[in-house]
Structure formats: C-alpha cells, structure tokens
Design a protein around this ligand. Structure first.
Ligand code: DXP
Ligand SMILES: NCC(=O)COP(=O)(O)O
Length: 260
C-alpha cells in the first residue's frame, strides 16, 4: 500500500449493532416487546457507534415504522451512525427517501443483493455484471446525501468495479470467514479477506464487514484484515445480549475491536 493510503486508514473500527433480531422476537406477539427503540438506546448508551437495520420486503423483522422510529431516535445521537441495509431494487430506496422527506437522519445505505424472501444474506453483488443497474441507484442515494456501501464477497478483482460505480465503501460478506473460524481454513480465509480489503483500500474505498461475526471471531478479523472502518453485528450480539444484557454485550464487542 502507498503511504498516503496507510495514512488514511481508520484508527478505530466502529461497531454498528444490527437490531433485526430484536424486531423478530417482538413480531411474535402484538405487545411491542422487546422494544427495538429501547434496545437501540441501551446499545448507544453502552457505547455502540451506530445502529443497523435490514428492513426486508416481507417485514419479517424490521418494519417501515421501526426504521422511522429509529431514525427519530438517532436525532438525539448526532455523533452515531444509522445504517439501513437492503436491496435497492426492492424496498430500500423508498424507505430512505421517506426518512429524507421527514428530515430524519440516515447516514449510510448498504446495498445487498438478496431475493425477496431470502432466509438471510448469503452473497455479494456480481460486478461487473450488476454494474449498469446499480450505477443509477448509487447516484440516487448520493443525491439523498447518503454514503453507499456495497455488500461484496471477498474478491479483490471486484473492488475496482465498485469504486468505478461510485460506491463509497464495500461491506465484506464475512460468513465464509466465520464458518472457517477455528478450523485449518481460518488462515486461508483471513488472507482472502485481507487481500480483498487491501484491494478496496487501494482504489479508495472504505471497508465495512459483517455477517456472523461474533465475540470469538471478531478480534482476529479486525487485527488481520486492514482498514476495517465498521462492523455491523446482529445475530450473535443479540444472542449474547439475551444472556449478558445489552450493556455488557456492547462493551464486550468493543473490547474485541480495541487495538490496544
Ligand atoms: C447484509 C447482512 O449480512 C445482514 O443484514 C444479514 O442479512 C442480516 O439479515 P437477517 O437478520 O435477516 O438474517
Ligand atoms: N451487515 C451485517 C449485519 O448487519 C449483521 O449480520 P449478522 O451479525 O446478523 O449476521
């Protein structure tokens, strides 16, 4: 990497807490508990750097109302980030346009190429094949004042395409690393993700990461993959919070991210 690139590496990896799973439990009754906004408040009070949600078209967990209520809450936390994930060819753009019309904060959109009823995210964009259809949506998000991150597999060659499309960041889809953690494949996967992150940094993209990161696999990832600006973590973090509470859990994840 050039010196200029090294100098621009983030000094901290931010923790964005994904609250999908809080909404998933809430949606099994009509009682409003557990509260997604209360969870967000507790995570932010505990030191989370941001909140992530992924409102899927089937509204299985996060609903449009949740996105609005969380954005309204984020107004009271101007130094924290609100990241909304989704497929821009489905409901994502309407969702963030709605926030903008209400003058509610949203900082980043993460474009994810999921099908309408996909079990969970399991792949990134296919660049350059998806280039032409993504380009106008990235421009549309920029016109709304949003940072755009593209959910990507750890393929170094795709990073220059993401940059040429106008993306600001990529989010590395980390499930293959998480699945390899603790096995002989771990080092191979780490090297693969490090190469993809380095390729992204070299073309001037920021690097986010997420999917199945947890308290066991997180520290090695951020130590060995260069320049990770942000991780978004939901499933494992909320599972931990059921046992430890939000405050202790967020603090434990921040300890994993510490570079001391
Ligand atoms: C893009 C990504 O990896 C996460 O948003 C993941 O898709 C979480 O979604 P679910 O909580 O619906 O599994
Ligand atoms: N972008 C990934 C995310 O928000 C959370 O993924 P997971 O931790 O629920 O797998």
């Amino acid at each position: 990497m050039t010196q200029a690139t090294v100098n621009s590496l983030p000094t901290k990896t931010h923790l964005s807490v994904n609250l999908n799973k809080v909404a998933l439990v809430r949606n099994t009754r009509h009682l409003g508990i557990p509260s997604v906004t209360r969870a967000a408040t507790l995570c932010l009070q505990a030191g989370a750097d941001g909140i992530t949600v992924h409102p899927r078209p089937d509204a299985r967990h996060i609903r449009a109302d949740d996105v609005r209520e969380l954005a309204a809450l984020m107004k009271a936390w101007p130094d924290r980030e609100f990241n909304v994930e989704g497929n821009p060819f489905q409901n994502l753009m309407d969702c963030v346009q709605d926030l903008r019309e209400r003058q509610l904060p949203v900082h980043q959109v993460t474009f994810v190429p999921d099908g309408e009823d996909q079990f969970t995210s399991d792949h990134g964009w296919n660049l350059p094949a998806d280039n032409e259809r993504l380009r106008p949506l990235i421009a549309q998000a920029h016109a709304l004042g949003l940072r755009v991150s593209l959910f990507m597999d750890a393929e170094p060659a795709a990073m220059a395409h993401a940059k040429a499309l106008g993306a600001d960041r990529i989010e590395l889809y980390t499930e293959p690393y998480a699945a390899a953690w603790g096995t002989p494949e771990q080092a191979t996967q780490l090297a693969r993700f490090a190469a993809a992150a380095q390729a992204a940094l070299e073309v001037g993209l920021g690097v986010n990461a997420g999917h199945d990161l947890n308290r066991d696999n997180l520290a090695a990832f951020v130590r060995q993959v260069p320049g990770v600006a942000e991780v978004s973590i939901g499933h494992a973090l909320i599972a931990d919070a059921l046992e430890l509470g939000y405050t202790a859990t967020v603090q434990a994840y921040q300890t994993c991210l510490s570079r001391d």
